[in-house]
Design a binder for this molecule. Structure first.
Ligand code: APR
Ligand code: PHB
Length: 389
């Protein structure tokens, strides 16, 4: 098979890029290792910046998002006994939208057949070849049969564990990493949220986040030691812990209910600065990871592919390579600012095992300052709502 752009990975990056390219009249194919159901079974964050909602609107895949997404004009930072509301709309004139990444992925998958965007699921052993030359290609196996896709460009949208980043020679790469000494234990349940807006809480018992998917579905997280396993936590134990942290802070208190999903995820900051090598371009989690504090992961994927789609469209329209040459610098400028904000919010809101009384006082003083300073609140709000493209 021959195409103009071969896309590895059918997460949000690969699917958004595929739709953007198709809309620009560029031929492409998406190749995904997992099945459709597996991809749609992954529970990820759910706060969309305008960058992301605008892309869905531009693509005309926004009907369900606009009908079901919740507009959030503010969110809260909290200590044990105090809620500090960050009024996003008053401070920035904008808002974010709560809409699960899983739902957005489903909408992009559902729209693919009508728009002639081919997605090959369950493609095994995807490998990238000749990315240094001008005729790169992918190989994979589908139902036991070897396949090959020749392309002019390859887009590596295959997440943190995919093969694209690793296809770049070691001598050509620069990477930066920070791991955090805790994970997030999450629970999804069909119970009404404890509060109308998200709450990120730094309590004496550790960090906790009250989030939601809709007015009837809640998503909560607590900070846990890296040694904890999901099996260590019964649902009742987790609900009791959430109630201790949120009942004093929230409007309605925590409603318990059967878990639809429970999982533990580690927290990491990671940037792979080599986002282009020859004919290979990386986008989304294949090139960078943020800790989930601030929900920047999906939104960064969206800005990467917006830049990349523009650059590829200009190239295929007129041979103009300026966008392709500038892609990495343009993307990294936004990525590093989101890395900074996610790291800042993670440091401000979590209990680090190595921290002592002095560091706790620093966090308390900073939160007290945020509560009293419009300038601090504006800085937090404009990063949370998303920096411009
Ligand atoms: N071959 C083909 N596809 C692969 C391979 C492979 N060898 N390895 C991984 N993939 C697929 C994964 O199965 C996944 O569906 O690439 C896709 C990558 O999707 P994501 O991990 O969702 O990454 P991305 O699309 O960049 O989206 C970033 O998703 O991970 C979250 O928090 C992150 O919200 C952020 C967003
Ligand atoms: C979520 O709803 O899953 C969520 C929300 C905000 C975050 C992270 C996760 O910062």
């Amino acid at each position: 098979m021959k195409t103009q752009v071969a896309i590895v990975g059918a997460g949000p990056s690969g699917l958004l890029l595929g739709h953007l390219l198709k809309r620009a009249g560029i031929d492409c194919v998406v190749v995904e290792r997992q099945s459709r159901d597996y991809v749609l079974g992954r529970i990820r964050a759910g706060v969309l910046e305008t960058v992301t909602t605008d892309l869905m609107i531009r693509l005309g895949i926004d009907a369900r998002m606009r009908a079901e997404g919740l507009i959030e004009e503010g969110f809260n930072l909290a200590t044990d006994d105090r809620l500090i509301r960050i009024d996003i709309t008053a401070l920035t004139g904008r808002h974010v939208m709560v809409y699960g990444q899983t739902e957005l992925t489903r909408d992009l998958m559902d729209a693919a057949p009508n728009r002639d965007l081919p997605i090959v699921f369950e493609a095994n052993d995807v490998a990238l070849h000749d990315i240094d030359g001008d005729a790169p290609y992918l190989t994979y196996a589908k139902d036991g049969v070897a396949q090959r896709i020749d392309a002019q460009f390859i887009a590596g949208c295959d997440g943190f564990h995919g093969p694209s980043r690793r296809a770049i020679p070691a001598g050509a790469v620069r990477e930066f990493e920070r791991e955090y000494p805790f994970g997030w234990l999450g629970i999804l349940a069909d119970v009404p949220p404890c509060h109308p807006e998200l709450i990120y809480a730094n309590t004496a018992r550790g960090f906790a986040l009250a989030s939601m998917r809709s007015t009837t579905r809640s998503r909560y997280y607590i900070q846990v030691p890296l040694t904890d396993r999901v099996e260590d936590w019964s649902e009742d134990r987790l609900w009791d812990e959430l109630a201790q942290r949120f009942d004093p802070l929230s409007k309605y208190g925590v409603t318990h209910g059967p878990a639809l999903e429970m999982s533990i995820a580690p927290l990491r900051s990671y940037v792979f600065e080599t986002m282009r090598h020859g004919r290979l371009f990386l986008a989304g989690d294949s090139a960078h990871i943020v800790p989930p504090t601030g929900a920047k992961g999906l939104n960064l994927a969206a800005s990467d592919v917006a830049y990349l789609a523009d650059a590829l469209a200009a190239f295929f329209a007129s041979g103009d390579e300026v966008g392709l040459v500038g892609y990495q610098a343009r993307a990294l400028a936004r990525i590093w600012k989101a890395e900074r904000f996610s790291w800042y919010l993670t440091k401000l809101m979590h209990r680090f095992p190595e921290d002592g009384a002095f560091e706790h006082r620093m966090q308390a003083a900073e939160l007290d300052y945020v509560a009293s300073s419009r300038a601090m609140q504006t800085a937090i709000a404009e990063n949370y709502v998303g920096l411009p493209l």
